[in-house]
Design a protein around this ligand. Structure first.
Ligand code: ADP
Ligand code: MG
Ligand code: ZN
Length: 605
């Protein structure tokens, strides 16, 4: 929004008023000024008056301008001007001879005022204009505090959920938000509460921005979007003012959506990083204040997106703020095929195109990468002067995009994917056979960033506040299951098991040092934990106070635990060897399988 139109109007009417005055003065002057004035001596003028030749005069403080009576003019011009001299009897004389006269002293006063005011106005106008120009270039120099959030009105958001593919879980969660925005009354009447803030979390290019727009598009509500990086402005206090302004605008348009893209740029944990500056902190604080300061039922839903949730300030994720997270993950094979199908709508395809095949070729790619593949393929086809994109174009495009991705991302070779699949199934199978392990939700070999090549997602069936010794042992066994599977299938382990090993060792150490679960060492806490909640803060194990001998004993005990669990995991996998291979095959093919599907493979009914 530009500046307050009302303010602008008043400003302009003052300018016009002054200009009008000035014009009036000029007109009055012009009555005489535009005539050819004959300069005459004062004595001549006086003679004319005495001879009754003068019709009218205008007296200013320095001059007298006048007009002769038409019938009295022998020689034009009719108009004259003379220097005014001090003559107290002039008025009397004029009256006596019936000359119309007017003192135009006032006009010179106005002229004086105008000679001051007009240049000032002109100067101010130029100044204003220059700064306006400057402001446009730099994103609102004069509108610094104004939010740059763009408002999209309904017709401008043509994006629907059908334009987003491969992220069905995220879509399902966001459908609720759409329902709320469409008919808030229905929710508020039964006392329902929709979360105030929803955080879309996922790797770059997976469609977070797209999803947020789709929510607004589906609900048909205004969409205010601003990027976290835009908030960080050059002057302290500006970002905070922006946030205030953004919420102000949004509240006036409820129901609506505020979308903060790249929240991490703004919401970085306070007091961390080299770039900690006051500005970001103020802006963040303002955001927290605004989020706390309005009622969910006001109909404003705040969406935000980030690909680095781990660096966000904890305060942002507290209840009443971004208290719900929606994972927007990289798509699996089926999802990739759907995304490809969406994006090929814009191009002409040759009959030989097999998108299923392309989907199989592109593990680890996000939606944006796939869109890129289609685009590259179309470019290739054009370059080769074909009128349709062929399978070959697509394959070549995949290679190009992969080459670009390899620099920043891991795209796995086939052999690596197979190993990762066996590894993950190893975890899952051990988990499946351990009574104390959390149930397996999902196994995936869709790469997630550089660190995790695959993952097995276990979700506790219920909230746990206490864990028994055997449950901890089960956890260690599950952690070592991946490694055990690799050993079993390939005869040796790989570097991929490093992370598991670190975690397993941490749990074992915690058992020995923190919970007194070792028979050798007895029920002694060998470290003081600041965090009584176990398994949460392994990293923060503080150095304990014990002898070197005890330290050796701890090491021995830890090794003992790990080895025992390692062989337990191996034994289980040996029993299930065939199933392990079978399940891995399915996983390689589909990239993601659920715990139930695994169950069906292992224990076919
Ligand atoms: P993010 O915000 O997660 O980084 P974007 O929403 O900006 O990703 O996605 C960039 C582009 O990639 C989109 O405009 C769209 O063309 C394409 N894209 C990404 N994800 C998907 C998806 N799930 N379905 C369809 N297109 C997608
Ligand atoms: Mg984005
Ligand atoms: Zn593992």
């Amino acid at each position: 929004m530009a500046r307050d139109p009302q303010q602008k109007q008043t400003q302009f009417s003052i300018v016009y008023l002054l200009l009008a005055f000035w014009a009036l003065i000029l007109l009055q002057e012009a009555y005489f000024a535009f005539q050819h004035l004959d300069e005459v001596p004062y004595s001549q003028f006086k003679t004319w008056v005495t001879d009754d030749k003068v019709d009218e005069v205008a007296i200013t403080d320095q001059t007298i301008k006048g007009k002769l009576k038409p019938d009295q003019v022998e020689v034009p011009p009719q108009w004259f001007q003379t220097v005014r001299v001090h003559d107290p009897n002039l008025v009397e004389l004029l009256e006596e001879h019936g000359v119309k006269y007017a003192g135009v002293v006032v006009s010179t006063l106005w002229k004086d005022v105008a000679s001051w005011v007009i240049p000032i106005l002109i100067f101010a106008g130029i100044w204003y204009w220059i700064f306006r120009k400057l402001g446009q270039g730099q994103g609102g120099f004069m509108r610094i505090g104004q939010s740059k959030a763009k408002i999209y009105v309904e017709k401008e958001i043509p994006i629907r959920f059908s334009d987003v593919a491969g992220v069905d879980e995220a879509k399902d969660e966001l459908k609720e938000v759409v329902a709320f925005l469409k008919t808030p009354e229905r929710f508020t009447r039964i006392g329902g509460r929709i979360p105030k803030g929803i955080l879309l979390v996922g790797p770059p290019g997976t469609g977070k921005t797209l999803l947020a727009k789709a929510v607004a598009g589906e609900a048909g509500v205004p969409f205010f979007t601003i990027s976290g990086s835009e908030f960080v402005e050059m002057f302290v206090g500006v970002g905070a003012a922006r946030v205030r302004d953004l919420f102000e605008q949004a509240k006036g348009k409820a129901p609506c959506i505020i979308f903060i893209d790249e929240l991490d740029a703004l919401g970085k944990a306070r007091g961390t990083g080299p770039m900690t500056h006051e500005e970001r902190e103020q802006t963040l604080n303002q955001l927290l204040v605004e989020m706390d300061g309005f009622d969910t039922n006001s109909g404003v839903v705040i969406l935000a997106a980030t690909n680095r949730p781990e660096i966000l300030d904890q305060a942002l994720q507290r209840a009443g703020r971004f208290d719900r997270q929606v994972l927007v993950d990289r798509p699996d094979r089926k999802g990739r095929q759907d995304i490809l199908s969406l994006h090929v709508k814009a191009v002409t395809l040759a009959p030989d195109v097999d998108l299923e095949n392309i989907a199989a070729m592109t593990p680890g790619m996000a939606g944006a990468d796939l869109a890129n593949v289609i685009n590259e393929a179309a470019l290739l086809a054009v370059r080769r002067e074909r009128d349709a994109v062929t399978q070959h174009d697509l394959e070549e495009a995949v290679e190009r995009v992969v080459a670009g991705l390899e620099k920043r991302n891991r795209v796995l070779r086939k052999a690596e994917r197979e190993r990762v699949a066996h590894h993950e199934v190893g975890h899952a199978l051990v988990a499946l056979s351990m009574p104390g392990a959390d149930p397996v939700q999902k196994i995936s070999i869709v790469p997630r960033g550089v660190a995790a090549l695959g993952y097995t997602l276990q979700l506790p069936a219920e909230d746990r506040f206490l864990l028994t010794k055997s449950e901890l042992e089960d956890r260690i066994a599950v952690l070592l299951g991946g490694r055990a599977a690799e050993e079993l299938v390939y005869g040796e382990v790989s570097t991929g098991a490093h992370d598991d090993l670190v975690k397993a060792t941490q749990v074992a150490k915690q058992m020995v040092k923190g919970y007194g679960m070792s028979k050798q060492l007895g029920p002694v806490a060998l470290e003081e934990s600041e965090h009584p909640t176990f398994l949460k803060q392994f990293e923060h194990a503080s150095p304990g106070h014990y002898s070197e001998e005890t330290a050796k004993e701890i090491d021995r005990e830890v090794r003992q635990i790990i080895e025992t669990q390692q062989s337990r995991a191996k034994d289980i996998l040996k029993v299930y060897n065939e199933k392990l291979v079978e399940a891995a095959k399915v996983l390689i093919d589909r990239e993601v399988i659920t715990g139930e599907e695994l169950h069906a493979i292992v224990l076919p009914s």
